[in-house]
Unconditional design. Sequence first.
Length: 573
Amino acid sequence: MKRLFVTLTVALLWGSVSGAGHVNLDTLYRTLDAAIDSADFFLQRKQNRLDSLKRRYQTALSDMDRFTAATKVYEEYVPFDNDSAIAYQYVCIDLAETMGRQDLKASATAELAYQLAISGFYSEAKMHYDEIPEQYMKGDLLNTSLSGIHYLYGELGYYSHDPRLSRIFLQRADSIRGGLLAQMDTTSLSWITLRTMMLNNQDRAHEALPYSDQWLQLCQPGTRGYAIMAFYRSEIYKKLGDTEMQRYWLVQAALVDIRNAIMDQGALWSLANLLILEDDDLERAYRYIGFSWKCLSQFSTHMRSWLVAPVVDRINAKYKERLQTANERLRWTLTLISLLLAGLLLLLAYVMRKRRQLARARNELKSANEELKGANTLLSEANGQLSETNEQLRRAIIHLNDSNRVKDEYIGKFLSVCSEYIDKLDNYRIKVNRKLKANQYQDLMRMTESEQLKVDELKELLDNFDAVFMHLFPTFIDEFNALLRPEERMVPSGKSLLNTDLRIFALIRLGIDESSRIAEFLHYSPNSIYAYRARIKNKAAGNRDEFESLVKEIGLSTSPDLPLRSGGGAHGG
């Protein structure tokens, strides 16, 4: 019944994947990203299971119970922490020796030898295999030992730098594999697994795929065995040239590894290698290889680190290439900023020219006003209109002088801040470059994950704004408080020159009266700015509707006085 259920599940899964003609890799990647985000939860669940098994081992009353409990702890550690797995398997061997159970010692020694083999300790693994007495080499233990020795010679042949020794090791591995296949049940999972691997290693992927389908039907989804099957299935599709299905099964294997807190994993860094070589998806590849490297570091075996190192090197090379491109863009940006600054200087020159023209017009208007004094009685009505016009012009000139003064100050500060930010960007670039050269990726992750840089730069921006504004309008706080009821007047606290309330109305004094623009500068929501403005206007000593207009007049009395006459003759003397 269970076999039928697994078969139906696989058939439905395969129909949703291959029947549609393609897999939705974006959805799979998002699922994988979500699993990585939840990795701490899966790791804690694994740790809780280990703690429970360790307590069972520590409270066992007999040596046999301790042996059984230690075996369970070892099995839980096998894909999680290599050093701990080896340590607990030695405990099992010692307990079997204490009980005089040579059969249990032989079985534990075979398990230990295999764990040493996958860790890269080949000579130690071979020594332990040789220690197993011949009388126990039968049945399941024989198959287990031969499978381990087959794996050991395969690894020696693959990694040997001596071609002659490599051929000898691989021939021994083939010979052992042939013997295993001959004595195994052809319907067993072990036989199908070994047959699938053998055909794929011989570049007979088309023949291996049907056996892989049988392997898939025999695996329980969500288990480590399923992850191993999915990884080797991706290898088959790789040789078949179906990169889409290769990615699909790598993601499936990686998902099972992450959800089971398996640290001895190969799917995720293989997927990262594909993303960097074929998809040029640097950000996702960097995230996957970083997580995989963290897992392999916890598993603690140098063999896996050697396999991942070339992928890390490729990602580093891509990052350097991206950094060079970013530097080139930065140079273009600096050029554009320089052109903008030149444009601002030209605009400033134009404004100064207009200011001089307005000054000459003011002087000419003053002379005309003196000449019109004799005709004041006849032109009283016209004089009243002219007086009003002169007053408006005088206020316009005062506002223009004030605006020019503000622009001069803020333009100077803007140039200074631009220069500082360029230096900061360059220092940050140098720092990142050094850490890349030093392979300090964890430091880089901590640097880029923290928002402290943003917080510090925002505070410095506000401090610079406060300093320049108070330099331009030294009496702003006193004049602003004069517009409020006595009990509602405010004094900034802390080291800041202005608080949020004063800063909002300082921006209004500078002519920025749109809540959305104020919110963008202060990093608040427009609704919050609207609420601040309404609350302060409710504290006004006079008409709240005129409050903001009065705020915009603050500081005008400190601007240079303009000698305009508003009238004369019979009315003005």
